[in-house]
Design a binder for this molecule. Structure first.
Ligand code: MLC
Ligand code: AMP
Length: 481
């Protein structure tokens, strides 16, 4: 089955029902279907064909959804790009995925053929709302989402229609999502949390969605009070921000809601407890990855265990291998491997990296964890030095490489510092070239211009040398945090 066939339970069967609230307007599922049909016609008129990549550099807005559906309807591949990316990061994705075009609103920080979304929408308005006739198989690629995996450069995880369909079916059943739900979505749509869970759960269940351009802590309380969602998906930082709401407001929001789901980074057990006291609702934590979509979730009915991510989702196989590559005993820490219909088809045009990511058909997550005797899984960190800040992944190596390009820098090591709200924040230790001095303000300005804002190191400390082991490898764990 392809995703459009899955979404037709809403797009066609609930055509007259309200589907989406966006900036005060209400759109029916039939309108969502028609808008994306027209946009698909406009894309086809510009030469987009099945298998082409369409890169999308947009903040959350209704046209993001139109483009996603239009791309799928043409059998093309949706390349979602983080709107916070700058020239360097965007340039890499464009040269790697070779899209037919980059679709944006306004100027983009890349020299690449760009189509303006407003022009495309206007072109589509003059075209019939007929759905393109294309045969799309479940194993066809639906989307490329860029991530660095456990090591190395950013690579496009190939997510097929079947991957997303399996994930959607799983979360609908696991979290009992139905057409009666109301979802307030403030997550960015360019990641699998917002797209694969938020948008797909909406279209496959027929629930009512209110989409926000982004999560703003000063406005979220009013949105929650007004829309009264039954369902909310967030990263831990969002729950930290929600704790700033007044107790009476929190209680009212909690009474209207049926379920708060949290993922993309560890949810501190204490935050879960404080949230429960304030909102009267127990957050359900789950664990996923770009390459695998959702793997493990606390149960809807049953114990939502603080500090644990719960039990494997239907069809998802998990194993934990200890340091020696042997199956870990209950309570023993090891690396998590995943197999199932949710796991991506590999990395776009990177056979070596794809082969390295799988061992005997099992995807190597790079996450460390253990299984308790009763089957609950607990995550305990990562094999790589990946930093997660506000739910956004940061690969220290990418920042280090940029810092090493600076003429006054001889050595660089970026580590994650603990942060109450964002989980971690990047921090740079630098060794200067002989005779040079490092000016933190200059470093900050250069990083700000070249990197997405969440990657900006919160400090640049010049040190005489980096701690290294006998083999010369930097021992990051010895750097003060
Ligand atoms: C954050 N910023 C944004 C933004 N989100 N800018 C534009 N659009 C957005 N959507 C920028 C801000 O400008 C600011 O930059 C900095 O990030 C912090 O923003 P803030 O306003 O101070 O917000 P804060 O309260 O810290 O909350 C940040 C946040 C954001 C939680 C809203 O980090 C966020 O949306 N995170 C979600 C990430 C996500 O979806 N991850 C899922 C990956 S998939 P400056 O320059 O002012 O500092 C995955 C798999 C899985 O991991 O399991 O789900
Ligand atoms: P991404 O590559 O952006 O999809 O991020 C995936 C990573 O986020 C995983 O490999 C985990 O390290 C982390 N992650 C996701 N959910 C959780 C969770 N509930 N607890 C801890 N880490 C998580």
């Amino acid at each position: 089955m392809n995703l459009i066939q899955l979404f037709d339970v809403s797009l066609r069967l609930r055509a007259a029902q309200p589907a989406l609230e966006w900036q005060g307007e209400i759109y029916t599922f039939g309108e969502i279907d028609a808008r994306s049909n027209r946009l698909a016609q406009a894309l086809a008129a510009r030469g987009v064909r099945q298998g082409d990549r369409i890169a999308v550099y947009l903040a959350n807005r209704i046209e993001f959804i139109d483009l996603f559906l239009a791309t799928l309807k043409l059998g093309a591949i949706f390349v979602a790009v983080n709107i916070l990316y700058r020239e360097r990061e965007l340039g890499h994705i464009l040269s790697d995925s070779e899209p037919k075009a980059l679709i944006a609103a306004g100027a983009v920080p890349a020299a690449f053929p760009t189509w303006q979304i407003d022009e495309l929408t206007a072109e589509g308005a003059a075209l019939p709302a007929d759905r393109p006739v294309v045969i799309i198989d479940g194993d066809d690629a639906a989307s490329l989402i860029y991530t660095s995996g456990t090591t190395g450069v950013s690579k496009g995880a190939i997510l097929t229609h079947n991957n997303f369909a399996a994930n959607t079916a799983n979360i609908l059943t696991a979290w009992q999502i139905t057409a009666a739900d109301r979802l307030l979505l403030a997550l960015p749509l360019f990641h699998v949390h917002g797209l694969g869970n938020g948008i797909h759960a909406w279209l496959a269940s027929g629930l009512k969605l209110r989409l926000l351009e982004r999560f703003e802590s000063g406005k979220i309380g009013a949105e929650l009070l007004e829309f009264k969602p039954t369902l909310f998906f967030g990263v831990p930082t969002m729950y930290v921000r929600l704790m700033e709401l007044e107790p009476e407001i929190a209680r009212e929001i909690g009474q209207a809601a049926r379920l708060f789901v949290c993922g993309s980074a560890p949810l501190p057990a204490q935050l879960m407890q404080e949230f429960e006291e304030r909102f009267g609702s127990t957050i359900l934590e789950r664990y996923g990855m770009t390459e695998t979509l959702m793997n493990i979730s606390n149960p809807y009915a049953g114990e939502r265990r603080p500090g644990s991510v719960g039990l494997p989702l239907p069809g998802v196989s998990l194993k934990i291998l200890s340091g020696e590559g042997l199956p870990a005993a209950p309570g023993e820490t090891g690396e998590l491997y995943v197999k199932g219909p949710n796991v991506c088809a590999g990395y776009w045009r990177r056979e070596e990296a794809s082969a390295a990511a799988f061992t005997d058909g099992w995807f190597r997550t790079g996450d460390l964890g253990m299984r308790e005797a009763d089957g609950y899984y607990t995550l305990q960190g990562r094999r790589s030095d990946l930093i997660i800040s506000g739910g956004f992944n940061i690969y220290p190596r990418e920042i280090e490489e940029f810092l090493l390009e600076q003429p006054e820098v001889a050595e660089a090591a970026v580590v994650g510092m603990p942060d109450r709200a964002r989980g971690e924040l990047p921090f740079a230790y630098l060794v200067a070239q002989p005779g040079a001095t490092i000016d933190p303000a200059v470093m900050e300005a250069r990083c700000r211009a070249a990197l997405a804002s969440f990657k900006l190191p919160r400090g640049f400390l010049q040190v005489p040398a980096l701690p290294r082991n006998a083999l010369g490898k930097v021992q990051k764990h010895l750097l003060p945090r």
